[in-house]
Design a protein around this ligand. Sequence first.
Ligand code: ARG
Ligand code: GLU
Length: 718
Amino acid sequence: MKRLLIAAFMLFIFGGRVIADEGMWLPLLLADKQADMQKNGMKITAEDIYSANKSSLKDAVVLFGRGCTGEFVSAEGLLLTNHHCGYGSIVRHSTVEHDYLTNGFWAKNKQEELPCAGMSVTLLVYMKDVTKEVLQGVGDNISEEEREKLIERNIAAIRKKATEGTHYEAVIKPFYYGNQYFMYVNEVFNDVRLVGAPPSNIGKFGGDTDNWMWPRHTGDFSMFRVYADKDNKPAGYSEDNVPYVPKRHLRINLKGAQEGDFTFVFGYPGTTKQFLTSDAVDFVQNMDDPIRIKLRTIRLDVYNRAMNESPAQRLRYASQVASVANGWKKWQGEVRGLKRLNAVDKKKAFERDFESWAADKEMYRNVLPMMRETYSAIRDLNLQYTYLSEAVLVSDLMHRAKQLSALVDYAKKGELDKANLEKTVTEGYAELQKHYSNDYANHRRVDKEIFIRTMSVFYNDYAKDKYAWLKDIVVKQYDNNPEAYFDEVYENSLLSNPAKAEKILKNFKAKQIKKLENDPAIELFANIWTQYAEKDRFTLATLDTKLDSLYRVYVDGIMKKDNKKEFYPDANLTLRVAYGNIKTYEPKDGIEYKAFSTIEGIMEKENPEIYDYVVEKKLKDLYLAKDYGPYANEKGEMPVAFIASNHTTGGNSGSPVLDANGDLIGINFDRNWEGTMSDVMYDPSQCRNISLDIRYCLFIIDKFAGAKHLVDEMTIVK
Ligand code: ARG
Ligand code: GLU
């Protein structure tokens, strides 16, 4: 009874809205959320956050590269993002002699800033609901194919009209699986320069060991500057470019915030899948994630051993390992979280409910049965795709085999004439030669182990039942020992033997094509790939499209059924606002995690023997002298990171974390392990985003790196 009363009371205060904290809201529609945000402590308005007409916070937030967020913090285009977002650029500028990744980099003036070729920064000018225009002419009786074509044509026309005579670029994306469409009109800047990065033992302190975990002590930030032409417009790299003057840059709050305070994250979340059906969740939890985890465990084992052998090897594999390890660990959290939530059962219950509601509705009655059918048809194809991407296409050997097998294929089909075949192979050889000259003996060892071990898992867990020809070879010629077979493939391929490769590829003649075709690695690859390339991938794409259109109906039904609830669309790498509070959580019975971490934790974790936990002397000296300058908190401590209940996902990395006044208090860089299932199912008691405290960031720039001139560019509210 008491429970019921409480439930009734909760319903009374919260109405039918989404449970506090869940949701990634569209800036354009934020007026709908303003009252709730203000009730939670926000002191500004929705218009202060997003406005198409006057300067607003959105003018300070950018899509950094293709999958991170960044924010302007000075009137001279100075940009903050995560260290792991700047990682690729930092690695590209690093050599064993100038190892910025390990030692950090700080430009003392603008001349020293390093241009990052290929890096772009995308700034939203305005967004617009274009659902009506996109669906113009799309009637109820139109086929899916026609629908797609029509929409594509409409989108092209709308984009053209929106950008004609401007330097803008327009993107139109579907929301709720195509029940709605929004257009984003952007400015894209391509002259982006590296300004500063802390050494790895600050920017990646705790490494992959601490990744996805709280409490955290990573100084995960790096700094860039955006340059524009003399008219403040985007331009390709040029010495004549000048720092871009943003319409708005963020003010920085050095007072910090307290547990319970309102905070919001403004950035570009990449992908969430809140509407997945039980079949799909079951596949993620029990097939896809576990297979990926198993295969990546092997790769990480091999890479990590190699990286501990020499600094050159550490640099060589750093970027790749960071990304392999990141997914590997996230999925482990996701599986646990989904199990803990009984996500599959919850989804099933939800579906039963939906079906009884839909029973008398022509439009929605059949949608779930059809989805079930489609999921059972797509299951093996999805599985195949998982194995192709996590086992077959992970070694250098197979990547190169893929390239050559494609050439053989084109040549055989007559799509590539003799002369072009010879030219392409020879050109490819030049690249291969570079690869051989880069410490090939060590790399070959690493690559070979990865190849043999991942392919053996692929064989034992999947391929032996799928490919009779492969099983035949392994059983009959290799005494049922797949390792022995894959070992021989590696040893005998011309691709892993520089002398052989030179002989055949350097001055390749078309009549030698058999030498390629019969190469054991190329042949193996081609045999696995052909069925996928010629048939399976098309079936997969067709079924995916079918699922998408079924989701469109299903999600439309869900929203009609629960029409009092406020829905938010899944993340799709468009600008969103997530809000919540700085908040503790209980990962397990009897344990409560605090909301803030401090420099004390860095010293607790310090271990000169372990790469991830080395603390630089300079930082230690500052700690011992308690020399924190104006960056300490009210108790004289140096805060490092904090957690809050903002709903975020991959892509939110680097996002500004703002306080009630819209001032910067942190940089988002992670989520907690217990909460990574929020991409599929959110749990307000467990899901937290992890942010770098802006005070630690400024302390590192000023006190540690001696780059106070960068702090002086910023606007600090004291
Ligand atoms: N987990 C964070 C994210 O998803 C950080 C990843 C980079 N750090 C790492 N140790 N690999 O991007
Ligand atoms: N580190 C993630 C990123 O690169 C953010 C963490 C998350 O997935 O929430 O975007």
